[in-house]
Each structure stands twice: as C-alpha cells, then as structure tokens.
Design a protein around this ligand. Structure first.
Ligand code: GLV
Ligand code: MN
Ligand code: MN
Length: 585
C-alpha cells in the first residue's frame, strides 16, 4: 500500500494513527501524539515530528518502545512471530537464515546484551543507505555496542528505532531518492581507494589521492561541468550560466582524508554538489550565475604537516616555501607535485579574483553529536572555531630508572603529562573551548630509562578568538612554570594560528529559508572542526550546511556515518538554495 501526505493530512485522527501503525513497533502513542501537528508540509516534517514525540516521551515510555522490539534473529524471529515489517527487514539482510555458528554468536550476544542493559539490541538492519547491512557488520556493531554505557546505548537504540521508522515511512510513501543513494554509493567507491591496506587514508598526491581526483573529474564531466585539475591538485568543475558575464558561486570541500578516516568528511560536499549539478543539467536548467564545484586537494595536513593547501591556492595565499617541505619518507612536496604532472610555476595563477565571486557555500558532515541529539537532519553553521596548533618539545635528563630517586629526576615525559592534564582542565572550564594533545612521543625512550625527551602536539580551538587566545596564553605560562619547577628545557613551535570565521548572515538566511521550505526546523550551530570555508573566508562571504552524523557523532574514524535520507535532504535544501539565491545587494 502506498499513501500520500495529502491523505495523511486530510484523514481522521484515528485513520492517521491506523495508517502509521506499523511505523513504530506496537507503539500507536507515537502517531497519536504527532497527529496534532498536522498538516505536515513534507515527509521530512512528519518524520521529525514523530522523532520529537519519541525524544519528549518519558524514560518509561522510551524503554517500553525499545522493549517492543524483537531480539535480532531471536526465537520470535525464527518461529515467525515478528511484525510483518520486522520479518521483512530481518529476512532482507539474511538474518533469518544464519548459519548455526552465526546463530550461536548472535544468541550469545543477545543474552550478554540483555543481561547488561535489560533491553533488546536494536539496529536498523537496512543500514545508512537502505540497502542492507552485511551480516558481519551487524555482528561487529553488536560486539562494539555491548561494551557501551547504558545511557549511551539507550539513546543509540532510540536513534536506530527512528531510522527503522524512517525507512518504513519511505516504503509506505514509495519514496525514491533523487540524490542520496548516488552520494552514498560514490562515497563508497572512492572510500575504497586508500594508501593503506586497511581503512581509508587518502593523503595529498598519493596514488589513491590521484585516482580519486581523476574519478571526481570524470563524475563532474558526466554531470555537465567544464572540468580541470589545477596545479595543486584541486578538481574544479564549472557549471556555466547562460549569462557569460555572471559572477560565480563556489561550493565544494576536500577529498583528502586523515589516517583511518570516515568516508564522508569532505567528500560529501563534493559529491552532493556534483549530484545537484547532474540534476540541473539533465533538466537543461541553468542558474543565473556560474556554479563552481571544487574538490580541494588538501585540507587535513596529513602528508606535509601543512593544512589547507588546496583552498590556500584558490585564495592566492599558498606559501611557495612549502614546496620545499618533505614528507615522512623524505619526498619533497615540489617533487611530489611534479611527479603527479603538476606545474608548480602555475600555483600562483590559481588565485581567484574576489570581484568575480558571489560567495562560498560548503556542505559538510557535522562530525559531532549536536544534530543527532536534536533529531534534526541538517543544521546551519554560525561560525567556525579558530584554531591554534603547536608542537612542544621538552628536554630533561636521561638517567637510570632503578637508581635515580624520585626527587632527583628531570623527567621530560612527566612534565609533558602535567601540562596535558592542565590543558584538559583549562579547556573544560569554558564551554565551546576544546584542547587536544593528539600526538605524544618519548623519542628514543626505553623501559628502564627516565625520559630525556618528550614531544607533543596541541590543538586549542574556540568559536571566540579571545577565549582561545586566553587559553593559549594560560597553557604557555603553565609550560613555563612547570618546566622551571622541574628543571626541564622546552621549545614551542607554532604551526597554525587561524582566527574563528563568522558565516555571512545573508547566506545563512537563505540556507535557513531553504531548510524551512523542506519542512525542517532550523538549528544554527557553531563548527568545532576546521573547514575549507575558513580559508575561503579570506576572499569572500562563506556559509555552511551541516548534515547529521550518525554513530554518536563520531568522525575522523571509520565509524563515521550518515544516511542516504539525510544526504538527500541536504541536497534538496542546497538545490533550493541555489535556485532561489539572491546575491547580496
Ligand atoms: C579538520 O578536519 C580539523 O578540524 O582538524
Ligand atoms: Mn577532517
Ligand atoms: Mn572535513
């Protein structure tokens, strides 16, 4: 049976509840409470309304909803006692014909999970792209989640239930996604090209990186864009307006990744823009401005320890002295570029003329838990946190671990440890201030020698520059104090100091309008992560649209995830934004 929004908006309250009775397992109270919000302007609005009912329910009701669900491939499933919806879902991914060994593993996990949490394990088996998780992925998610804290797991189950409901609604409405499936499938394709045998690592100019660039260029071309790869490896696609003198709106994000990355960080913003252009081109629809989609070659700073190489070239601030930097294997950046077929003498010419640009709008996965916790698929970014990064080196005295009394040591690692704890404490004092020591080494350390050297990186971020600067000053002062007291020498090397960027209200307002048009409540949130938009803000107004991140908001991790439905909605909102864009007067 297929139903329409019009039917749902115009039927009686009891018919509404009946039509939606299979969406949340044995829980008619959810459509009952959502019903009063009719009419719904979109399917997204209906989904969100029901999710908000779940979020606002009492703890008892939420637990009751979770407990209405059957065990995964449990006794009820095997004896055919599930709801038709659950039977369909569990059988589609092969859970109803597991091997005896797999059934044993699942049954042991079901028991361990129930014993720990007192409710059944719930997973949307159709997965983020709706095409079905593999049995082994389900089992490994089960093994991981059984170790979670109870509160964490409760909210994960509710999110999984909302995802199940979303896909049941899609089936009921016979929804076909225009963009979301392609975005997810293409992220999967380039996500499988890695510098490492296991996991996704795609660093500047490696074979995987160059293969990715060529693939993006091919997809841009097929979508109807004029495409080139510039001298720093940016993949640039232009969807030309039929008004030749028009200005250009730039969008896009980076295609390089951190080590062992997620598949969507950066890439979503490129693939989504390509999907939207493909749609416009297929309909012969032109925009009153040129649209440029840039796949920035480098943002993460993995290979040459220098970030924003791609976007800095576009804004005309590429520091040519970086060409002499070497990677961990001793390869010089200049040689890596030349070897990849780039002419480094053309880098300066990549710079855009700010007069030609309308603005820069980047779509990016949120990489945090805010949208997930608010049950909202997208959010509008207000500002991007500024970032100060340092490498700090401590030098003490190596001496015998067995013979040197505790009060006679000059231990570089303990000095560093004291500072790391100070960073944690200082940054926890202020909301929206964060500090991280992501690299920590005791070079040439031995188990029986007091550390002579200790090196760490620190990354301090805040949306407010004064807050960040005050924290940095306090930390530098503490390094001095601790090292004086412990008789340790230190050196500090600043590697990045980028101020926070405010998004342009005129662009944010237009993203807001497009979000409202889609029937989605507007949430405005700051970005703690850095983005190419920070560099672009040097030459033009910027804005960002965030897409909800699954799995508790984890990112820079292979567990990073998003759904095809959220990608779809983000693309629809971005398309509406492009169509209605009114340049700043
Ligand atoms: C980039 O991903 C950053 O925020 O570190
Ligand atoms: Mn990143
Ligand atoms: Mn990113």
């Amino acid at each position: 049976m297929t139903i329409t929004l019009h039917q749902l908006n115009s039927c009686t309250a009891s018919h509404f509840v009946e039509l939606l009775s299979g969406i949340y397992e044995h829980s008619p109270w959810i459509p009952q409470r959502a019903e009063v919000q009719r009419p719904f302007v979109s399917l997204a609005a209906l989904k969100i309304a029901m999710q908000q009912v779940v979020a606002q329910a009492s703890g008892q009701e939420q637990l009751g909803l979770i407990c209405e669900h059957p065990d995964l491939a449990g006794a009820a499933a095997l004896s055919g006692e599930l709801t038709p919806e659950s039977t369909g879902e569990q059988s589609q991914v092969g859970l109803l014909n597991c091997s005896p060994e797999q059934l044993d593993v699942i049954s042991a996990l079901n028991s361990a999970y129930r014993a720990r949490f007192g409710f059944p394990f719930i997973i949307a088996v159709k997965g983020p792209d709706g095409r079905g998780l593999k049995r082994n992925d389900i089992i490994s998610a089960f093994m991981r989640r059984v170790k979670n804290q109870r509160a964490e797991e409760l909210s994960e189950c509710l999110q999984q239930i909302n995802r199940i409901a979303e896909m049941r609604l899609n089936d009921l409405f016979n929804v076909t996604l225009e963009f979301g499936n392609d975005i997810m499938a293409q992220a999967e394709v380039i996500g499988s090209w890695s510098d490492e045998a296991v996991g996704l690592t795609c660093a500047f100019l490696t074979p995987a990186h160059r293969k990715t660039a060529n693939q993006l260029a091919e997809w841009m071309c097929a979508a109807g864009m004029q495409v080139s790869i510039d001298a720093i490896g940016n993949v640039v696609g232009r969807y030309l307006s039929d008004q030749p003198d028009a200005k250009t709106l730039i969008t896009g994000s980076h295609y390089d990744t951190v080590c062992n990355a997620g598949k969507y960080d950066g890439r979503e913003g490129i693939l989504l823009a390509i999907a939207v252009v493909r749609h416009l081109h297929a309909r012969g629809e032109k925009l009153p401005y040129h649209l440029e989609v840039i796949g920035f070659s480098e943002e993460e700073g993995v290979r040459f320890k220098s970030t924003f190489l791609g976007s800095n070239a576009v804004i005309g601030k590429f520091d040519l002295s970086l060409l002499d930097k070497t990677d961990a294997a001793g390869v010089v950046m200049r040689e890596a570029l030349t070897e990849a077929g780039h002419d480094v003498s053309c880098i300066a010419a990549i710079a855009r003329n700010p007069q030609d640009i309308l603005g820069f709008v980047e779509v990016h996965i949120e990489q945090g838990p805010v949208l997930l916790q608010k049950n909202l698929p997208v959010g509008i970014v207000s500002s991007i946190a500024g970032s100060s990064r340092f490498l700090v080196e401590f030098t003490g005295v190596a001496s015998h671990a067995g013979t040197t009394p505790m009060d006679m040591r000059k231990d570089a690692a303990v000095a560093a440890a004291e500072i790391i704890l100070f960073i944690e404490k200082r940054c926890a004092m202020v909301a929206a201030l964060v500090g991280t020591v992501g690299q920590l080494q005791v070079p040439e350390g031995s188990v029986n020698v007091i550390p002579q050297r200790c090196v760490f990186s620190m990354d301090i971020r805040a949306a407010d520059n004064l807050v960040r600067e005050a924290a940095v000053a306090a930390i530098l002062q503490q390094i001095d104090t601790v090292c004086q007291r412990r008789g340790i020498e230190f050196s500090i090397n600043k590697i990045i100091d980028i101020p926070a960027v405010q998004c342009a209200p005129w662009l944010m307002n237009q993203l807001q309008r497009a979000t409202e048009n889609a029937g989605v409540p507007v949430v405005v949130l700051p970005s703690g992560a850095g983005h190419d938009a920070m560099a672009m803000a040097n030459i033009t107004d910027v804005a960002m649209l965030f897409t909800r991140c699954g799995n508790g908001g984890i990112s820079h991790n292979p567990l990073e995830t998003m759904t095809a439905d959220d990608a779809e909605l983000s693309a629809q909102i971005f398309l509406d934004f492009l169509r209605q864009l009114k340049p700043q007067a």
